[in-house]
Design a protein around this ligand. Structure first.
Ligand SMILES: [Zn+2]
Length: 368
């Protein structure tokens, strides 16, 4: 992973870290479509003009004047000068300009990017070899391949030594099938080592319909469940082609998976099963560690209250925390806080880029 790419570990640290002083969070779109470096800086100055955190605003502007490498398509910067904290992440995917001041780094846009572009493993497969790719937040890396026994040579029956042999003879067919199966099995093993090393969360398989199906069957069930799609592609495809195809198929799979999830939350909650909907119930479920997965509308914000003792969140203006008795303080966005809490606890968070009115903008699947 190149420098400055935000990893899962880094995201969890950002979500878990407590600050005594305010933090300025800036997300800046640095795509060529949004202009050149001067344009980006001008927009940033405009965005930071009204900031109450002048030392942080200056530190961020200084960074973009002097140190930033403009090759990325999006940048996230978190600054808390009083806490001696300054963190920059660049990505190869676009994002929306945003500024946020609060007592913690604003992580929600990052979570949404992880959702859409995080930790993909891609395999291109044919009967003889495999190519492995990993991409995360727009950075595509190809690493090691697999070279199996050539199937064509086998087909020729070992060349001139067996001139009379007909392709398609029963013995030869079996032999070919064995070679193909062994190649596929070995490719699957190599792929799993690769996936494990990169901690991939979802897998795409490229190749002919027959080959992708064969390869998929070689994966253990646990890995099969991570396969979100397959697509036809040439074995010698360029990185740009792999990237484009994988993004297309990945985005489509993500939309379908979201739709299934939302439906499941809605149905389970309606029958009083293992799901809750709406902010207050979701806040409670995450706090108690019952939430297995939180699904939230990307732009949803709601003020609420947080316990100054144990961090319990609620939309109710309670006198004291029901868990520890400490006083509560008002917070401008309880949704952002519950997302942080969820990430900190290792609960999965699904950000949905469209309105979720029918589940009250937020909901969760429960463990119990
Ligand atoms: Zn409390």
């Amino acid at each position: 992973m190149p420098e400055h790419v935000v990893t899962e570990q880094a995201l969890r640290e950002l979500a878990a870290r407590a600050f005594d002083t305010p933090v300025l969070s800036v997300y800046l779109d640095t795509t060529p479509e949004a202009g050149n470096a001067d344009d980006h800086r001008a927009r940033l100055r405009g965005m930071l003009k009204k900031s109450t955190l002048q030392a942080d605003a200056e530190a961020i502007l200084r960074y973009f004047e002097q140190a930033h490498d403009w090759r990325g398509r999006g940048v996230a910067v978190f600054s808390a000068q009083d806490a001696d904290f300054f963190q920059v992440y660049t990505m190869q995917v676009g994002l929306r300009d945003q500024v946020w001041e609060g007592r913690h780094p604003y992580v929600r846009p990052l979570v949404a990017l992880f959702d859409a572009y995080g930790y993909y493993g891609v395999v291109l497969i044919d009967k003889e070899r495999a190519r492995f790719f990993f991409f995360h937040l727009g950075v595509l890396e190809e690493q090691e391949g697999y070279e199996g026994q050539e199937v064509r040579k086998v087909k020729a029956g070992g060349g001139s030594s067996a001139p009379g042999r007909r392709v398609g003879a029963p013995g030869l067919d079996n032999y070919l099938a064995e070679v193909i199966e062994r190649n596929m099995r070995e490719a699957a093993h190599a792929a799993m080592r690769f996936f494990t090393r990169h901690k991939v969360r979802r897998i795409l398989i490229g190749g002919s319909e027959e080959n992708t199906a064969l390869f998929r069957k070689m994966l253990p069930l646990r890995w099969q469940s991570l396969v979100v799609g397959t697509f036809p592609i040439e074995m010698r495809a360029s990185h740009a082609e792999v990237w484009q195809k994988a993004m297309e198929v990945g985005a489509e799979a993500e939309r379908k998976q979201e739709a299934r999830l939302i439906e499941r939350v809605r149905v389970e909650a309606a029958k009083g099963g293992l799901a809750v909907t709406g902010l207050d119930e979701t806040l409670g479920a995450v706090y108690e560690g019952r939430a297995r997965l939180v699904v939230v509308e990307e732009g949803y914000r709601e003020a609420g209250y947080r316990c100054t003792g144990c961090g319990f969140l609620t939309t109710q203006p309670l006198e004291a925390c029901p868990f520890c008795g400490s006083p509560l303080e008002e917070v401008p966005d309880a949704v952002e806080l519950v997302v942080r809490q969820a990430i900190d606890k290792g609960t999965e968070v699904e950000m949905v880029p469209h309105p979720l009115d029918d589940i009250g903008h937020i909901g969760a699947l429960l463990r119990y």
